[in-house]
Design a protein around this ligand. Sequence first.
Ligand code: UD2
Ligand code: MN
Length: 321
Amino acid sequence: MSIDQFSMNVKENIRDKGKRDLLVPKGLLYKQPLVLVGRTDVATVTPWLAPIVWEGTFEPTLIDAIYKQQNLTIATTVFAVGKYVRFLKDFLETAEKHYFLGFRVHYYIFTDQPEAIPAVTLAPNRTLTPIKIPGSNRWQEITLRRMERLQEIIQSHLIFEADYIFSLDVDSKFHGPWGAESLGQLVGALHPGYFKANRQRFPYERRPQSQAYIPAGEGDYYYGGAVIGGYLEDVYRLAKTCKEQLDIDASKSIEAAWQEESHLNKYFLYNKPTKVLSPEYLWQNVHSKPEEVKIIRFTQVIKNNAAVRPNPIKSQIAKGY
Ligand SMILES: CC(=O)N[C@H]1[C@@H](OP(=O)(O)OP(=O)(O)OC[C@H]2O[C@@H](n3ccc(=O)[nH]c3=O)[C@H](O)[C@@H]2O)O[C@H](CO)[C@H](O)[C@@H]1O
Ligand SMILES: [Mn+2]
């Protein structure tokens, strides 16, 4: 399928469903939005005027009511290769308690062991499709290959089946509500290790030979590779671009500091996300919870990399925190 054909299919898909207007059910009651009252301890908007989503910046009753009317399907892709299948049970069980409750969610589990997917009871309107892929003896290969798989599945299936997509790390658990406030055209999440850091400290790729190179003095935020979301068309373009950049790097035998996460950061620098999720949506319990983080919605579980990765390397076991 050509890109033009693909874009047309996406547009048809959207037009047919008549979605994306923010229609509110008549008579819905919610707290008055006040122009002079809001979060003052954190930035709630980027310099390019994309919302940064924090507790207290949105009204869940209102947002959910708006988006429920759109009859959406949220595709959610998760990779569980090798020993990472052990994370699926908690991931799915906690997602069923907190993630897009009341919405149609379609999980796509990419794994080398479909038989090891645990039988978790899903709420009505929620389904799970296993997709068998080969294993690998390098964890870096598994994480970076996600971009290629994402591109393929969006193009071949998801544009016909879903309205939004999230790609999430499997070594994660939900602890608090994650709903329609996270939806947008192109969505990234702030990495919990760097939201207070000076941009000089961000672990961007710093070698000019890599396509993921970000020069000193540039960069907005450090985004985590564990959460990518948006419209299918936009995430398709992101995945396709990152995959191409990863291939160019591979042809020069260079691998960016944090694989596809480095390429994602490069992409978001020049193709800004339209919505940015605060670290509430990507937490790690190794950090003590600061005052600004009122609620933790999604965390990376503390894992013993040596025990779960096919090729643990000491220097890569901890990222600058
Ligand atoms: C919090 C966060 O933003 N994490 C990112 C970070 O390290 P992480 O330490 O979070 O990377 P990770 O080991 O969790 O790997 C990322 C994901 O790849 C999959 N996987 C990985 C290895 C394996 O053997 N089997 C398997 O299925 C699995 O879905 C996992 O969640 O950097 C990685 C790239 O270097 C990814 O960008 C991660 O998203
Ligand atoms: Mn992870």
